[in-house]
Design a protein around this ligand. Structure first.
Ligand code: ATP
Ligand code: MG
Ligand code: MG
Ligand code: MG
Length: 563
């Protein structure tokens, strides 16, 4: 027996007009169709049918997480300051973090993401290599004091996230846990009915490490990404910065290369260049593992070697200088986002040795949870000459013209490496009796955001249009008439419900058929069944919400088709 919901008893109030403050489609439609109500900027209430959609998404996520062997837990959202102090994120999160104080004056925060707490829990529970690998997850409310929570449910200050974490003893193990999550995410987003791209979120400069985002193309998206129509390469424009073609020394007479087996410090680099370590350099190109990580261009932009060294040492393995970068705008790429590109950020990659760094154009101010762990912002004008990635720019893999699209980040998989295990000194006893440092992955998925993103991707002029697995019901029955129609509608609803079909039946008295039809389109259940003019003959109309195709069929035929 599946659920039969009668609209005459359901707490649902649809609205004719868009809310005054709504800018995005998901905001307008989810409010108008009675799924959510806004309490304050970025803070939302989920009403009955909204809660059902949210639960449907969460259920699919849980099923696929369970299927890869991840175990569900629930950690607190209210967290003590100390673990976030250990990793430095208490400070680094800046204004994004909700901090609060208890009656005794102790500092607390509302968790924006949970790497610290999961590391602590697993360190406590797992002490031997035999206890690993382990993957654990939660579906939990997260808090981030977002600067511009104006995209409806897409960007909440309180929102529901599924976050999972993997713990392994080897790089191969981490790669496996990552692959399992990646495949689970693909199944989740396929089941949810998303159109999406998997894009690389950071440069290839980090060797085997990986970070990928799942982006759902939509006009309301706040990420911009490039796609190559021929080889399938896809990357967040933030990551394209790193994909700039490298310049081989041999191709460029003005380039000198420092090739050293030892990892050079900034002093070595300065000595090689014949400048003091405090020098400010023009015409500087720094590469790590063949990838450009920093560039100083001629003219008024310069790189302060000392500052660079502070962040790059000891990762710089190659330094080249060029006389002139004129005519090589492809060397540096950035992205001008909605707020304009105003920041360049040095990021310590948690997946490689401590102290290493790379540079990226960041399209959003503030820290980037999950990977900006030791972030530090600089004004772009001080460091980089920025060229916007444009439609038609050559693909860094095959050279074909790239296409540019807007997307919503619905998920993010990240190989963290040993960053957090280092911070918490998390070792397990290895097979040979020696301690082994644990390596981690973290995998976020926006559950509430997925609801909003689906609304953005699937809605049409009439309203919402849910994929079946997500919809609050399989069939929306409209009683379009008087008691005859209502009785027929309720009896069909009962038969369908008994057969396991989820039904929403509009049996409201005193509401015109026209209003009921409009509401059915707005609410967006995939199949609409109308008990109307021909109810007396036992004939109903079946309508496909997406295609609009309609057909008169007998009640028996309708029931057999829908069960
Ligand atoms: P964004 O770039 O949109 O700010 P993020 O990169 O900061 O997202 P992550 O830290 O990677 O987000 O969090 C994992 C997932 O949580 C994201 O992929 C997204 O689906 C979801 N998410 C992040 N911030 C929000 C938010 N403010 N409201 C709703 N969902 C969010
Ligand atoms: Mg963010
Ligand atoms: Mg992001
Ligand atoms: Mg992210």
């Amino acid at each position: 027996m599946a659920q039969v919901q009668r609209m005459s008893r359901l707490m649902i109030k649809t609205l004719r007009d868009d809310p005054a403050d709504a800018e995005t489609l998901n905001h307008k439609l989810l409010v108008r169709a009675g799924y959510v109500r806004r309490n304050a900027a970025g803070i939302w209430s989920w009403l009955p049918i909204g809660k059902q959609v949210l639960e449907n998404v969460a259920r699919i996520v849980r099923e696929e997480m369970d299927a890869i062997g991840a175990q569900e837990v629930l950690l607190p959202a209210l967290l003590p300051r100390e673990p976030y102090e250990v990793t430095g994120r208490w400070e680094e999160y800046g204004d994004l973090l909700f901090r609060l104080r208890d009656r005794k004056g102790g500092d607390y925060l509302l968790g924006p993401t949970h790497e610290e707490v999961f590391t602590q829990i697993v360190k406590d529970q797992c002490t031997s290599y035999k206890d690993l690998p382990v993957m654990i997850y939660q579906v939990q409310t997260k808090y981030r004091d977002e600067a511009r929570p104006r995209a409806g449910v897409l960007r909440g200050r309180e929102f529901l996230m599924k976050d999972s974490y993997s713990f392994d003893t080897s790089d191969e193990g981490l790669a496996e846990s990552y692959a399992l999550h990646r495949a689970a995410y693909q199944r989740i987003f396929d089941r949810l009915g998303f159109e999406y791209s998997i894009v690389s979120a950071v440069s290839g400069a980090m060797g085997g490490s990986q970070s990928e985002e799942f982006l759902a193309p939509a006009a309301a998206g706040e990420d911009t990404f490039v796609r190559c129509p021929s080889c399938g390469y896809a990357a967040n424009t933030e990551a394209v910065t790193f994909k700039a073609p490298t310049v081989a020394a041999a191709d460029h007479p003005a380039i000198e290369e420092l090739d050293t087996p030892d990892t050079p410090t900034i002093e070595t680099l300065a000595a090689h260049l014949g400048v003091p370590a405090s020098a400010t350099l023009k015409n500087l190109l720094v590469k790590v593992d063949g990838e450009i990580v920093a560039v100083g261009v001629p003219g008024d932009r310069e790189v302060d070697l000392g500052k660079l060294g502070e962040h790059l040492a000891p990762a710089v393995v190659e330094l080249v200088t060029a006389e002139d970068f004129e005519g090589r705008p492809d060397l540096v790429r950035g992205y001008v986002g909605p707020q304009g590109l105003d920041k360049v950020r040095y990021i310590a990659d948690p997946r490689v040795a401590p102290g290493t760094a790379w540079i990226t154009g960041a399209n959003k101010p503030g820290t980037h949870a999950g990977n900006v762990v030791c972030g530090r912002d600089f004004d772009v004008d001080d460091y980089l000459d920025v060229v916007v990635v444009e439609e038609g720019d050559p693909c860094p893999v095959c050279g074909t013209g790239l296409t540019l699209a807007r997307g919503i980040e619905i998920g993010h998989c990240f190989q963290l490496g040993r960053k957090y295990a280092d911070a918490f000194q998390f070792d397990v006893l290895g097979e040979n009796g020696k301690p082994v440092r644990v390596t981690m992955g973290s995998y976020g998925l926006g559950v509430s955001r997925a609801v909003a993103a689906l609304a953005e991707q699937t809605a049409d002029e009439q309203g919402l249009c849910w994929p079946r697995e997500v919809a609050p019901a399989d069939v929306h029955i409209v009683a379009a008439g008087k008691s005859l129609q209502t009785e027929l509608a309720l009896s069909v609803a009962e038969r369908l419900g008994a057969a396991g079909v989820r039904v929403l039946v509009d049996d409201r008295a005193g509401v015109s058929p026209g209003v009921k039809f409009t509401d059915a389109e707005l609410i967006g259940v995939p199949t609409i069944l109308v008990a109307g003019r021909r109810a007396g003959e036992g004939v109903v109309e079946l309508k496909d919400r997406r295609s609009g195709e309609r057909e008169d069929v007998t009640v028996d035929e309708a029931v057999s088709r829908l069960t």
